[in-house]
Design a protein around this ligand. Structure first.
Ligand code: PEP
Ligand code: MN
Length: 372
């Protein structure tokens, strides 16, 4: 089946307002008042989809694990009173049964569930035959195939409206983020499935209010389809993720400040088309130069093999590295970028020469010297 971005529920939900899709709501539904108060304020901001977790996957037992089924009634009230679609997280097939019984509009699979293909398959099987829209958060670990695999399981179960949520990846490295964004991973996902809407969750990536705006702006600059931002009427008192939730008023300020990049017009397309052709030619020259360089590297490798010389010649390498950085600087190219590029070129040259030099071991006829 051919999939088109324009047919996707999430794409349409955002496009109706001619801006990226905005999903907001508390990390957890805590009480009827908190849910309805938040939803009313978000409705006034034209938020497209209301989120609230009722089954919360917590790292440690004993912390607030969500209000469970009771929260469904509050979400139903949001739908009925405000006409806003509502979304919640499901992690077990029986969560799906309960959510469907309560007419929840959209479901999402959390980061701790996406890591487990058995769990995802069980959810996909429970969803088969429905056509409820489902969002799939990336797994907590930076594994593109695991994320793509979870999405494919839902497609294979016949679900037409699937979206991905980028919520960052856990890391032991010290970082300003709660979950490092590693933007190349969602960008690669987009490359694999250009029709798949990707929603960015600055709350779980940043982990603090001050990072929400810059992450959200970056998401729009990269042309992702939407944002999911946690909001609470009184973040300091929130029962989960108190450090990262913001008030609806602050969300309003952030949304006003965000710059939405415009859809390119014909003149822009024509101009860039011209420039892109120049880029294509420049890239071809780069690849041709690389090929020329590699053939020379091979010749030297052959010479090293015949004369039994070591592949790595650190002095020579040091001078290459320095001169190339110098050239880059003179030609207005970032020298650190040139350094990184030459790091790669050097590694490849060593790989190629090592292969050539090692042929000696296999090709050369063993010279058996007897000790007597
Ligand atoms: C959430 O959205 O509140 C949540 C639990 O997120 P994640 O699965 O990304 O940790
Ligand atoms: Mn949360």
């Amino acid at each position: 089946m051919e999939r088109r971005k324009e047919d996707n529920y999430f794409y349409q939900l955002g496009k109706l307002r001619r801006r990226p899709l905005v999903i907001a709501g508390p990390c957890s539904a805590e009480s009827r008042d908190q849910v309805l108060d938040t939803a009313r304020q978000l409705k006034a901001l034209n938020v497209d989809l209301f989120r609230a977790g009722v089954w919360k996957p917590r790292s440690k037992p004993g912390s607030f694990e969500g209000v469970g089924t009771e929260g469904m009634k509050w979400l139903q009230e949001v739908r009925q009173e405000l006409g806003m679609p509502v979304a919640t997280e499901v992690a077990r097939p029986h969560h799906i049964d309960i959510a469907l019984k309560h007419n929840i509009d959209v479901l999402w699979i959390g980061a701790r569930t996406t890591v487990n293909p058995f769990a995802v398959q069980e959810l996909a099987d429970a969803l088969r035959g429905t056509n409820i829209p489902v969002m799939v958060k990336n797994p907590v670990n930076p594994d593109l195939a695991l994320w793509a695999g979870a999405i494919e399981r839902l497609w294979a179960a016949g679900l037409p409206d699937v979206a991905a949520i980028h919520r960052g990846f856990s890391s032991y490295e010290v970082s300003e983020y709660r979950n490092v964004p590693l933007w190349q991973i969602p960008i690669q996902l987009k490359g694999q499935y250009p029709f798949l809407p990707i929603i960015v969750d600055p709350s779980h990536i940043g982990g603090k209010p001050d990072l929400i705006f810059p992450i959200a702006q970056k998401a729009l600059d990269l042309d992702f389809e939407g944002l999911m931002i946690e909001t609470h009427p009184n973040p300091a008192e929130a029962l989960s993720d108190a450090d990262q939730q913001i008030t609806p008023a602050r969300l309003g300020e952030i949304l006003d400040k965000l710059q939405v990049r415009s859809v390119p017009d014909l003149a822009f397309i024509t101009r860039t088309e011209d420039l892109r052709q120049k880029i294509d030619r420049a890239d071809r020259e780069i690849v041709e130069a690389l090929a020329r360089r590699m053939r020379i590297v091979e010749q030297i490798g052959e010479d090293k093999r015949q004369n039994n010389i070591a592949v790595l010649q650190p002095e020579r390498w040091k001078s290459i590295f320095e001169t190339r950085k110098q050239w880059a600087k003179q030609m207005n190219v970032n020298p650190d970028f040139a350094a990184q590029l030459y790091e790669l070129i050097h590694l490849e040259s060593i790989r190629v020469q090592t292969e050539i030099v090692q042929q000696q071991v296999t090709d050369a006829k063993p010279q058996l010297k007897l000790p007597f």
